[in-house]
Design a protein around this ligand. Structure first.
Ligand code: SD4
Length: 331
């Protein structure tokens, strides 16, 4: 009986090994049939702050730095921008007055690192990078993420700007302490890049929705929601109401659609449409996606009019109005 069981176990292990081998050769073949990319480095990121972030990322690529360093350093510009109310320590707090930060990063091999619900650290994306590079994990959260950051040389910084405190006080007096869904105050930076050699990386960092419940984590640090990079297919990032993006695994869905042959634009449109099937009151919320494939084709699409993205390529770095599903005047 036991030798029969051993035989079955060995036979099924052999079948699994054979299947895996067939998958590997298939994916290697997929890699080879793609045409080589030749049209230079491309960086794109969400919202007007993406212009300064792209400029930094492009500088690193020009100096022949790694694409993962380019996206990290790029979004760090926004994390340090004290005028931002949606990214970094100047971001609006949660409803209890804590600024809690979410960030993630993926490199050219599809490795991933993430931090969620992190307080008091200026560069959450740099902590996410260390989680990716120096730990066996993908995600660290809250006090543990902060402890890891402090152990690795980051220092604690003050959490709330005067501007954010004033907005929070106003919000408390006007809303009775109830987080609400809105279309505004979405300026998370998500950045994706493809080099001339066809390597991808991406990063996403945010303080999350303003005045959220304490403990709330959005899409931005979730691999496959706020950001996804597949070394053989492309990359996508998201901004807007995280709950809507999480419900459809937004960026992973987009990359998978590109793998099946959709263009980045078609995939972004499809993902936005999917949100309209899953989410109530879609008129009252904003979501936007960016995507890029191996050929350097770009996708950008949002639920509401008003989403802008920054595109850097061929020596230019421009802010572009993305097409939207709903063409109303509001964001
Ligand atoms: C979140 N997606 O935490 C983020 C918010 C955002 O631009 O994108 N702001 O839900």
């Amino acid at each position: 009986m036991s030798s029969r069981r051993n035989f079955i176990r060995r036979a099924s292990a052999a079948a699994v090994t054979a299947w895996l081998a067939s998958q590997w050769s298939r994916s290697a073949a997929t890699d080879i049939v793609h045409p080589p990319v030749t049209d230079g480095d491309i960086v794109l990121s969400t919202w007007p702050a993406g212009i300064a972030a792209n400029a930094r990322a492009m500088q690193i690529l020009k100096e022949k730095g790694r694409v993962v360093d380019a996206v990290q350093e790029g979004v760090m510009v926004t994390e340090s921008d004290r005028t931002s109310t949606s990214v970094g320590l100047s971001g609006f707090p949660d409803r209890d007055g804590h600024v809690t930060l979410d960030a993630c990063i993926m490199d050219e091999e599809g490795n991933a690192g993430s931090v969620t619900f992190l307080e008091g650290i200026e560069h959450p994306v740099a902590v996410a990078r260390l989680v990716m590079d120096r730990t066996p994990h993908v995600m660290l959260s809250g006090d543990g993420a902060q402890q890891f950051a402090l152990e690795n040389g980051f220092s604690l910084k003050k959490g709330m700007s005067e501007q954010a405190r004033a907005a929070w006080e106003k919000w408390k007096s006007e809303t009775g302490y109830k987080p609400v869904i809105n279309k505004d105050n979405h300026d998370t930076i998500g950045m994706i890049a493809r080099t001339a050699e066809g390597k991808f990386a991406g990063a996403c960092t945010t303080s999350g929705t303003a005045f959220k419940y304490h403990g709330r984590v959005g899409d931005s640090p979730i691999i496959g929601a706020g950001l996804f990079v597949d070394p053989m297919v492309g990359a996508a990032t998201a901004t807007g109401l995280g709950e809507a993006i999480l419900r459809i695994c937004g960026t992973h869905s987009i990359v998978e659609m590109m793998r099946q042959g959709l263009t980045p634009q078609q995939a972004c449109v499809e993902a936005i449409k999917r949100i309209t099937f899953r989410q109530k009151n879609v008129q009252d919320l904003q979501v936007a996606f960016l995507a890029i494939n191996r050929n350097g084709d770009i996708g950008a699409f949002s639920l509401q009019k008003g989403f802008q993205y920054a595109l850097a390529k061929e020596g230019r770095n421009e802010l572009i109005d993305a097409p939207a599903l709903f063409q109303g005047e509001k964001k």
